[in-house]
Design a protein around this ligand. Structure first.
Ligand SMILES: N[C@@H](CCC(=O)N[C@@H](CS)C(=O)NCC(=O)O)C(=O)O
Length: 113
């Protein structure tokens, strides 16, 4: 499947950004990486791409931004769906609920910057 233009706005120590990078790498999607200084001057691209939260990570796919790491991972899983790459989320509803529980646990209980 053609991946189109994929850009990731990130801040390298971010576990939220790492989640997105890992998903793209699992799927074998090539992307352009753009580092943001989230504690300094944010770029116009970040502010325009995520005007609500003004946070990384942001995935920009063919010019269209997707924000929030968990939403990005689900987007990646749905867009790059084929027989050659693994599915990131289980299809079984119970297993999917378990996966979302642990994702939520990580978001709420682990240290992050
Ligand atoms: N819920 C968001 C959290 C993203 C987040 O907290 N990003 C931080 C870096 S780890 C950020 O951009 N902070 C800049 C700010 O708060 O202005 C997600 O999952 O993507």
């Amino acid at each position: 499947m053609s991946e189109g233009e994929v850009v990731v706005l990130n801040f390298w120590p971010s576990m939220f950004g790492a989640r997105v990078i890992m998903a793209l790498e699992e799927k074998g999607v090539k992307f352009e990486y753009k580092e943001e200084d989230v504690f300094g001057q944010k770029t116009d691209l970040l502010l325009q791409s995520n005007p609500v939260h003004k946070k990384i990570p942001v995935l920009i796919h063919n010019g269209k931004p997707v924000c929030e790491s968990n939403i990005i991972v689900e987007y990646i899983d749905e867009v790059w769906k084929d027989d050659k790459t693994p599915s990131l989320l289980p299809s079984d509803p119970y297993h999917k609920a378990q996966s979302r529980f642990w994702t939520d646990f990580i978001d709420k209980k682990t240290f992050f910057i």
